[in-house]
Ligand binder design. Structure first.
Ligand code: ACO
Length: 400
């Protein structure tokens, strides 16, 4: 067994580790990844079984509390979340102050940051009841904020949540329902979206989760920490990759360039050209989520009767890349983002909403990590070292 207390003591040695490739910043009991074997487990349960048998909220509870909820715990959790979906009316007005063409990720992070101003009775990091209340509020309100960011971008009126609907169905209605007519949830979309959200729920110390932990280590409240995590997710090397994949597929289609030629440009490392949705810091094998998402892409498009040439391009890209020495030597495989965009597009979401959907999926993981960190007596404020490479001491010029 390891004595963790000794690991947190300074040894007087500093290692330089760009991108934290080899440095563990914490211990965690939430998610296990074996990147060489392509294994992902939530609280010990293999992702394949989780995705098959669960609901989004059941997995959220599992991640946050460590064990599966009993039937009564789950229904109480679900009820509480349904009761907290409404946004303060002043917070709704906040959206109109932002430009109509704002990126929904910026709207999302700003509105989540603003939650600290509206819900000041749940900001304590030390009071378990307040932590629980901010957890419920975030889980209830983030999908509503996300749907309003979408409605704003298309210039449509915001709907009030319908709390008779499940978490996912309520979200679909808020996005695609209108004031003019009742909205019928398509069970194919609902099931597929729930599965995608579950696959995104946690992924241990990725950039956004580490951001949530770093901000939270200062004892900033949960809303502030999650808002920072949303901003970290926004970048195209992280959650923003799902949007970037679709842009890449569309630009291949529109330019008429062959997949082979595009891959050659990637291999030549032409400025700004990468195979988006490929490669991962920890998976040096298939990302197990990518396999499951690819299955969903086929199922959803078939069930909706959609034939999308972008899916054909994606499959061809995968086939070409997986047979190419450049990708084989570097152990680059499709990651979770490679096929999600094609599914979100088929569901009717605009490209700029894709990363927002990722954020809703990842929220339980962020909350679970923030709570684990707050409860861990070994937690210290995050404060990396640096190796100074600047000028030695010099005198300010007497005359300038
Ligand atoms: N296309 C082409 N080449 C790539 C790609 C890619 N997608 N990913 C990595 N490489 C190459 C690098 O150029 C590098 O080549 P080199 O050894 O000749 O210099 C080698 O593979 C190693 O790559 P690094 O960038 O060092 O790997 P790192 O672990 O730092 O980066 C990352 C991982 C950011 C995911 C990277 O693979 C990437 O940019 N992928 C595309 C963006 C993407 O899909 N991000 C989503 C990640 S999953 C998620 O956040 C949900």
């Amino acid at each position: 067994s390891i004595d963790f207390s000794t690991l947190t003591r300074s040894t007087g040695l500093t290692s330089l580790d760009y991108g934290f490739v080899n440095t563990a910043a914490t211990r965690s009991a939430i998610t296990y990844i074996d990147g060489d074997a392509g294994i992902l487990r939530y609280r010990g349960y293999p992702i394949e079984q989780v995705a098959q048998n669960s609901t989004f909220l059941e997995v959220a509870w599992l991640l946050i509390h460590g064990e599966l909820p009993s039937a009564s715990e789950l229904s109480e959790f679900d009820d509480k979340i349904r009761r907290h979906t409404l946004l303060h009316e002043d917070l709704k007005r906040f959206f109109s102050a932002l430009p109509h063409d704002a990126h929904p990720m910026s709207v999302l992070s700003s509105a989540v940051s603003a939650l600290s101003t509206f819900y000041q009775d749940s900001l304590s990091v030390h009071d378990p009841e307040q932590v629980e209340l901010s957890t419920i509020r975030l889980l209830a309100k983030l999908p509503v904020i996300a749907a309003y960011a979408h409605k704003k971008s298309v210039g449509q009126a915001f709907l009030y949540p319908d709390n008779s609907l499940s978490f996912v169905d309520n979200f679909l209605r808020l996005n695609f329902g209108t004031m003019a007519e009742p909205y019928e949830v398509n069970p194919v979309l609902s099931k597929a979206l729930e599965r995608l959200l579950i696959l995104h729920e946690d992924h241990e110390q990725n950039a956004s989760t580490s951001t949530v932990r770093l901000v939270g280590s200062t004892q900033a409240n949960l809303f502030a920490s999650v808002s920072a995590g949303i901003n970290a997710l926004y970048g195209p090397l992280h959650g923003g990759a799902n949007e970037a994949v679709l842009d890449m597929l569309a630009s291949i289609r529109d330019s008429g360039e062959s997949v082979q030629k595009f891959v050659e440009r990637v291999k030549r490392k032409e400025e700004g050209v990468k195979l988006m949705g490929f490669g991962h810091r920890v998976y040096k094998n298939f990302d197990p989520r990518a396999r499951l998402v690819k299955e969903s892409a086929d199922e959803v498009l078939t069930a909706l009767g959609i034939h999308d040439p972008l899916l054909d391009i994606a499959k061809e890209l995968e086939e070409v890349a997986l047979a190419d020495d450049y990708f084989i030597e570097r152990r680059l495989y499709p990651n979770v983002d490679f096929y999600t965009g094609v599914i979100y597009k088929a569901m009717g979401f605009p490209t700029r909403m894709f990363t927002v959907l990722f954020a809703i999926g990842r929220l339980p993981g962020w909350i679970a990590h923030w709570r684990e960190m707050i409860a861990d007596p070994a937690t210290k404020i995050g404060r990396p070292q640096q190796l100074y490479v600047g000028s030695p001491e010099r005198s300010w010029p007497a005359e300038r």
